[in-house]
Design a binder for this molecule. Structure first.
Ligand code: AVJ
Length: 368
């Protein structure tokens, strides 16, 4: 931990979690270390302020980072890649020549939006999971008949509010109700919708192959939760990358301009900023691998030399070549989606595939 760090600390624009919501795993909270969760002790408040420049930080981030770095194989959930800077870098990724997924999905949605809107029917409420910049939203919303409300859900609050404001200008008759949330946890709908009488159908739009960040087991649970969210008459519009070709997959996650590398390395910068970390970001490099058995891309941060980094004053040792696993991106084909849907008590109503066969949009309906 260098004092340089403390001086350079800048708060950034992310909304802070006002108080601890979750207890960290007990092993994280060892005596003599900086407590993660005891907001009440004056000494720990002072320590936190000294390390991070803040009297509080997101305890879920702290718990995930401390426990992830304590494993024999270090990993940090990919959720934490998306602070405001990370969300901006991801937007830049979607513009890269190598990253085909966003372009393919947009082209596909242009072609099938009218058919999907037909299936949805009038007065529907659309909930979008991982809405980010909401760039794909107008394709569906614009094709729908009298959409009643739009609920974008995203982990990056600042990003979400910005996109919502833009959409309000474009769709003045639609109630736009952003919710800050993580798709790995249950999503709470705004009160105005939760207890309102049902209008048209409730649609969950889950584009971008974000479901690919989950393991197959987690993906089933996630679909089940989304099924509950939209109810028995609901519909899920799921966008999935189904490309299994390494020659196009690997460059998509390791672009020539280094944007994906910057996106991955920003996680260490975030830990330095928000948890008083001492990572030497220049001593790590980005790596993307394809596991053809699991059919997933893995992103790692590789330690280029033996080194130690501190987070909340706890030291973590890295051997040369040791990695932090930061993201999985599973590529689910139609069969995988069908079996996943069946396990989540849903049925696949229809689907569309982009011309090169890389990207698909599926319509899933909860069983009644
Ligand atoms: C938005 C999570 C689906 O896995 O393709 C892009 C994230 N990571 N490049 C993906 C990502 C590296 C992206 N998802």
């Amino acid at each position: 931990m260098t004092t340089q760090h403390l001086r350079n600390f800048s708060p950034g624009a992310e909304p802070r979690t006002p108080r601890p919501l979750l207890r960290p795993p007990a092993e994280v909270d060892r005596p003599g270390r900086v407590p993660v969760d005891h907001a009440d002790s004056r000494r720990s408040r002072e320590l936190r302020a000294e390390i991070t420049g803040w009297t509080s930080y997101d305890p879920r981030l702290a718990a995930d980072v401390l426990s992830g770095l304590s494993q024999p194989r270090k990993s940090i959930p990919s959720t934490w890649l998306y602070d405001q800077r990370g969300s901006q870098l991801f937007e830049a990724i979607t513009e890269l020549p190598e990253y085909y997924a966003t372009r393919s999905e947009i082209a596909l949605l242009r072609n099938c939006a009218a058919e999907i809107a037909e299936e949805i029917g009038p007065d529907a409420t659309m909930i979008e999971i991982g809405s980010g910049s909401s760039r794909k939203t107008p394709l569906l919303l614009g094709a729908m008949q009298r959409p009643y409300a739009y609920v974008p859900v995203d982990i990056s609050g600042a990003f979400l509010m910005h996109s919502a404001a833009l959409l309000r200008g474009r769709f003045p008759d639609v109630r736009i109700m952003p919710v800050v949330g993580d798709f790995k946890r249950p999503v709470q709908l705004p009160h105005a919708l939760r207890f309102a009488p049902a209008r048209g159908r409730r649609i969950v739009f889950f584009p971008g192959s974000t479901i690919g960040n989950l393991t197959p087991e987690e993906a089933v649970q996630c679909l089940e939760r989304l099924g509950d969210l939209c109810g028995p008459n609901g519909l899920i519009v799921l966008g999935v990358d189904q490309n299994h070709n390494e020659e196009t997959l690997l460059p998509a996650y390791n672009d020539a301009a280094g944007v994906t590398a910057a996106f991955n390395l920003n996680l260490l910068e975030r830990i330095n900023r928000e948890l008083g970390g001492s990572f030497d970001v220049g001593a790590f490099r980005h790596e993307a691998r394809y596991d053809s058995d699991k059919r997933r891309i893995e992103m790692h941060l590789v330690s280029v030399r033996e080194q130690t980094a501190e987070v909340l004053r706890r030291p973590f040792a890295f051997a040369q070549g040791e990695t932090i696993h930061t993201e999985n991106s599973y590529k689910y084909d139609r069969e995988a989606i069908e079996s996943m849907a069946a396990r989540a008590k849903m049925r696949r109503l229809a689907g569309w595939v982009e011309e090169r066969g890389r990207f698909a949009v599926h319509l899933l309906e909860p069983h009644t």
